[in-house]
Design a protein around this ligand. Structure first.
Ligand code: MN
Length: 512
């Protein structure tokens, strides 16, 4: 196939901590940046752009901490073509600078109020300075996609003579198109040093343009986790990696099975949720609802999935609603360990559709409850709430105390949190911690009606070991609805755990 042979060894420069952190509203503290850098190093990126050393003392402390973390990746700082920026980078003990120079006439004339000759002179001066001080230099053309290509090439050539080891082509406002990118990189890849591609996603073309550049000789892709970044964001790491691995059969050296975990980490620490339909890492990327598709999936998962979810460290999810067919309900039941007859299955499907018709998405806990009613195997919940007290206000740490019944024994515990809901959930988790280490993985609230007396619906995803389930509760009191959803989730998880335990015991007994 044409193209495949064109790929050389592809490197990744991850700029989640620099361009990604320029996402409006995102500001990471030192420990969070170090956590993300470690995860990036672990997954196998080649270069980590840890920040922009000229920004602030706080930023420098974070970059220093990452430089001192003993990571395998090359640690890089963003720098403008200013000697002081290189000094700041040196002060952070980085290996390299991503030295960014404006190259479009628009930027040179309107932003810098300068001219092409001065820009080249400055780029050469700062490159030489960085080289004299032992830094690797990646000389980068800002707004390169709107620059005169002949001028850009002359700047790059001057940079190479001054000692730059690598070059970078920035599509700063995301206006590249794949066929143009291919033409440009066919020329740039003749310059004799590795050239990077740095794309933005203003037209949703960042991944396509990055792949086009890599196919035409680009040696390194600039990416961010989840595609976060200014405006519509940057090229996303997971999209480029999986496109190369899955569609072009190119081995990237990235540990793909850790992609989802990394995505969750970055989403949690930056506070930027993912669109459900985000490629590879969005909630719905491996979630199925319609009955007819699930029928196909049961026969062969490849029918409606371009790749197995396990490749990126995920699991397939079957979501039930009014479109639920017998096949999807049966599959979900099997997953929870329920064996049903044809007649029982028909009854369960009817009840699931009833709930779906009322506009509800059916949670895992809903399905289990329905199955238990139909199979007449309802069990007492192991955890019951007797009392809950929450204290919150502007001058107190939100604190909750709970009294609950756990396997018939009374438990009293207290917890604090960032808010009353967090405090209540922490108190409950503590109270049951001796029996089960249940984690709250996702929490979502919808106001169903308007006003401060709105009815809210709380959705939670709870996990126990590697088992996850969803549960929901609704009510006018957001704290009580949250607590009910969490308790429902805990009880369901503990029941599944009991089932697994029983199965293990049976197996053991039959062996003896
Ligand atoms: Mn950028």
């Amino acid at each position: 196939m044409r193209g495949i042979a064109l790929f050389g060894k592809i490197r990744f420069l991850d700029t989640t901590l620099r361009d990604g952190e320029q996402t409006p509203g995102v500001s990471l503290i030192l420990e969070e940046k170090v956590d993300i850098a470690r995860a990036l190093d672990d997954i196998g990126v080649d270069v980590i752009e840890a920040g922009s050393a000229a920004t602030s003392e706080g930023e420098r402390q974070s970059i220093r901490a990452i430089s001192a973390s003993g990571l395998d990746a090359e640690i890089c700082s963003f720098a403008r073509a200013v000697i002081r920026d290189v000094d700041n980078a040196l002060d952070c003990n980085v290996d390299s600078v991503h030295l960014v120079v404006s190259v479009s006439d628009l930027h040179i004339e309107r932003k810098l109020r300068s001219d092409r000759t001065s820009v080249i002179r400055k780029a050469v001066e700062v490159t030489e300075y960085a080289k004299e001080h032992g830094l690797i230099v990646e000389l980068s053309g800002e707004d390169a996609s709107r620059a005169d290509l002949d001028f850009l090439v002359s700047l790059y050539e001057a940079g190479i003579r001054a000692g730059a080891e690598r070059l970078c082509f920035c599509d700063t406002v995301g206006v590249l198109r794949p066929e143009i990118t291919s033409d440009i990189f066919s020329r740039l890849s003749q310059l004799g040093v590795p050239v990077s591609i740095h794309c933005h996603n203003d037209f949703g073309m960042a991944t396509a343009n990055t792949i086009a550049a890599l196919r035409s000789g680009a040696a390194q892709a600039h990416v961010t986790v989840n595609g976060i970044g200014e405006r519509s964001g940057n090229t996303s790491l997971e999209e480029v990696v999986m496109t190369l691995e899955s569609l072009y059969k190119v081995s990237t050296g990235i540990k793909c099975q850790q992609l989802y975990q990394l995505s969750r980490l970055v989403s949690r620490l930056t506070g930027i949720p993912l669109a459900p339909n985000k490629a590879i890492v969005g909630e719905n990327a491996f979630t199925h609802e319609a009955g007819i598709h699930v029928h196909g999936l049961l026969a062969d998962t490849a029918t409606y999935e371009p790749m197995p979810p396990e490749i990126v460290g995920r699991k397939r999810r079957i979501v039930l609603g009014k479109h639920a067919g017998r096949a999807s309900v049966e599959l979900a039941l099997k997953d929870f360990g329920f064996a049903v007859t044809e007649d029982q299955l028909a009854q369960i499907v009817t009840r699931v559709k009833d709930l779906g018709d009322k506009g509800k998405r059916v949670s895992d806990a809903d399905l289990q409850a329905i199955a238990e009613i139909v199979l007449s195997i309802q069990k007492e919940p192991r955890v019951r709430l007797n009392e809950l007290t929450v204290v919150a206000g502007n001058t107190v740490t939100p604190t909750a105390s709970v009294k609950l019944q756990l396997d018939g024994l009374e438990k009293l515990e207290a917890g604090t949190g960032v808010g009353p809901v967090d405090a209540a959930i922490n108190a409950i988790r503590r109270a049951i911690s001796g029996v089960a280490d249940v984690r709250l993985e996702e929490y979502h609230v919808d106001a169903i009606t308007g006003g401060t007396n709105a009815l809210v619906e709380v959705w939670v995803t709870m996990a126990l070991a590697d088992r996850k389930i969803t549960a929901r509760a609704a009510g006018a009191d957001i704290i009580m609805a949250s607590v009910e959803a969490v308790l429902e989730g805990i009880n369901r998880l503990m029941q599944l755990d009991d089932k697994a335990e029983n199965a293990r015991n049976r197996l053991h007994a039959s062996k003896n």
